[in-house]
Write a protein that binds this ligand. Structure first.
Ligand SMILES: Cc1cc2nc3c(=O)[nH]c(=O)nc-3n(C[C@H](O)[C@H](O)[C@H](O)COP(=O)(O)OP(=O)(O)OC[C@H]3O[C@@H](n4cnc5c(N)ncnc54)[C@H](O)[C@@H]3O)c2cc1C
Ligand code: SF4
Length: 345
């Protein structure tokens, strides 16, 4: 049986109280929302906080709101289940709602939150293991060791971003509101594009510090003819992390042609990657009209050229690569048809 180490829990009721605790405890504190990733990681000895700061009781972090200009504002502690089943989220940001609805399984979606998903640790088959297992192997760069088992001689961790909602939020141009205490003790807030949150370092793939609290996700109003879908490859349709995730956004013009598009893939590298050439292949073409099938094929081919899965997460990496064009094609078609998500059960 895997046991939790000893630690203390605080349950602040306000953002200010939470930030005060983070400032006081520094690196000894970690935030917890649903705890669906943090707690297993603590059992595996991957995270060792002395104080766990639960954000569940902070009202400001809860719920979905729509501003006058159509911006969707989602509190960081809103559950994945709540956004996946919210009619406004499903209508305005279908790819995001679909991705939230495919995270893990039903119980985990009822506990797991949007903020916890955005801030999820990277994953690797040599890292997400018990302490005993990792010790037998000699640990690795990401925790307690000095070498990488994925890239021989590698000096940088290449664990995979495995959060399903991240690529959809990137494709939607979403922004994140963070709060922290500055050195004078004042609470300061900043807004960061999701695009600018992630970096290519699997050891810690975010450009924010541990004392920064994610308050909300802001998704701007989509184009009038917005289409979106999420495609997810995984072993078991009922629960697993992605072996590959593909987010598609397509904006049609009045004539039905693709005016703008964005495709972002996850579960390949330490950060989600934008499939720029794939998106460009679609622009100017009209779904259902001559040339569309060729445009979709060109997008799939471009994605295949850009995506090079590594043996960082379970699943044969050559198979995962062969599935890239398959999921790109299917997810584009689902987006255009107003369908999705694309997955197997
Ligand atoms: C069996 C299993 C299957 C899973 N499958 C998937 C899957 O398919 N796809 C997927 O994406 N995930 C999956 N997960 C991981 C996890 O359930 C989800 O990612 C979930 O969204 C995490 O949210 P949480 O609220 O539980 O986060 P927590 O576990 O509470 O926290 C996760 C991380 O986010 C930080 N954090 C939480 N809230 C904030 C905040 N407001 N501000 C700053 N930092 C914060 C925490 O400090 C921690 O580092 C799976 C987990 C399990 C156990
Ligand atoms: S890629 Fe995996 S094995 Fe390599 S350092 Fe990162 S977690 Fe460790």
């Amino acid at each position: 049986m895997l046991r939790l180490p000893k630690f203390e829990v605080a349950a602040p009721q306000t953002v200010d109280e939470a930030l005060a605790l983070l400032a006081e405890y520094g690196a000894d504190a970690m935030l917890m929302a649903g705890g669906t990733d943090l707690v297993p990681n603590m059992k595996h000895g991957l995270f060792e906080p002395k104080l766990v700061v639960s954000v569940s009781a902070i009202d400001e972090l809860q719920g979905v709101a729509i501003e006058d200009d159509g911006t969707l504002v989602i509190g960081a502690a809103t559950t994945l289940q709540a956004v996946a089943t919210n009619d406004e989220v499903r209508r305005r940001a279908p790819a995001f709602a679909q991705a939230a609805g495919l995270v893990a399984g039903p119980q985990l979606r009822r506990m797991g939150t949007v903020g916890g998903n955005v801030m999820l640790d990277t994953r690797c088959q040599w890292y997400n293991q018990t302490h005993f297992w990792r010790k037998s192997l000699g640990f690795c760069l990401k925790k307690d060791g000095s070498l990488c088992h994925v890239v021989e001689g590698g000096s940088k961790c290449v664990a995979a971003a495995s959060n399903d909602t991240a690529p959809t939020l990137m494709s939607l141009g979403a922004k994140l509101v963070f709060a922290r205490r500055n050195s004078e003790g004042q609470v300061v807030r900043k807004t960061l594009a999701v695009d600018d949150l992630y970096k290519s370092d699997g050891a810690f793939n975010k450009k924010v510090a541990g004392d920064e609290l994610l308050i909300a996700v802001r998704i701007p109003a989509g184009a009038p003819q917005h289409r979106g879908a999420y495609g997810k490859l995984r072993d078991r349709g009922s629960i697993d992390f992605p072996l590959l995730g593909v987010a598609v956004r397509i904006d049609l013009d009045d004539a039905g042609a693709v005016a703008d598009a964005d495709l972002v893939a996850v579960a390949l590298q330490a950060r989600p990657i934008r499939l720029k050439k794939a998106a460009e292949a679609l622009v100017g073409n009209t779904p259902g009209k001559p040339g569309w099938d060729e445009a979709v094929d060109a997008a799939a081919e471009a994605a295949y050229g850009q995506c090079h899965p590594m043996p960082n997460i379970p699943g044969d990496h050559d198979y995962r690569r062969e599935m890239v064009p398959v999921y790109v094609r299917r997810t584009i078609r689902a987006a255009v048809a107003g369908e999705g998500p694309v997955h197997h059960v």
